[in-house]
Design a protein around this ligand. Structure first.
Ligand SMILES: [Zn+2]
Length: 255
């Protein structure tokens, strides 16, 4: 994973290209009958079937920025990385409900470090605007490296087309140079994952926020809610230090 700017692909024409290049190939348009089936397939999928192949990238990014967002956590993250044989836990909060929006958590109970995420098939959609969804501009990328005073931190990772296919409406071509852009707003600790399907266009696909809630003795809740104040449903998932609505992603951190 590279943090910082990405070299722009050269657009210098090569000698064998025609002087008047043909219009760039369009991505195959979905037929009227294909789209509902793709949505049905997505809705039936578990969160890990959608984001499982990029969770490693999101988690490496989380580890990379953790000490800037949560000063002092760096040594714990470093030792956990050395000690842990397995990757981070991925929990799909609304699996099995047939939703075309997936709400998930990637993280480590031991570290108390989590990424809460929300994604929707082929769309940039932060839904009922949970407070943690930062709709960041995707450029420019700025200077390379992670600096303590940074306002946003970005990273780019090359990924396999199959790893990001579940996030896209149309699957990228085999051999496409697919990439992930991860970008977080440091003060808000929230960010966006964008996918380049190989055509150089960044498509926002996942919104996320990073959490390191203060340790609460025995998970005691100062307040206890039953109903989500945003969507009105009653399926709040409660974790040590925070609650998440498993339907819309409303998030409440314990004070
Ligand atoms: Zn809700």
């Amino acid at each position: 994973m590279r943090f910082g700017p990405h070299e722009t692909p050269s657009d210098r024409p090569s000698w064998f290209e025609p002087a008047e290049p043909a219009a760039p190939p369009r991505r195959p348009a979905l037929t009227a009958s294909a789209e509902p089936s793709r949505i049905a397939e997505w809705a039936a999928a578990r969160c890990d079937e959608i984001v499982g192949d990029i969770r490693g990238g999101l988690w490496r990014f989380t580890e990379g920025v953790a000490d800037v967002l949560f000063p002092g956590i760096g040594p714990a993250v470093g030792s956990a990385r050395r000690a842990t044989k397995w990757g981070p836990t991925l929990v799909g909060l609304n699996d099995g409900r047939g939703s075309d929006v997936k709400i998930g958590l990637i993280g480590s109970e031991n570290l108390g470090l989590w990424a809460v995420l929300r994604c929707r098939l082929g769309q940039s959609d932060h839904g009922p605007r949970p407070g943690w969804c930062a709709d960041l501009p995707l450029g420019p990328l700025g200077a390379e490296g992670i600096r303590a005073g940074a306002v946003t931190i970005s990273a780019i990772e090359d990924v396999k087309p199959a790893d990001v296919a579940p996030l896209l409406l149309a699957e990228p071509a085999v051999g496409a140079e697919t990439r992930l852009l991860l970008r977080v707003d440091v003060p808000g600790r929230s960010g966006v994952v964008a996918v380049d399907a190989g055509d150089g266009v960044w498509q926002r696909r996942i919104f996320f926020t990073l959490l390191h809630p203060a340790r609460r003795g025995a998970g005691h809740h100062e307040t206890y809610r039953v109903v989500c104040p945003v969507c009105g449903r009653r399926r709040l998932a409660q974790f040590r230090g925070f609650d998440v609505c498993s339907d819309c992603g409303w998030l409440h951190t314990q004070p």
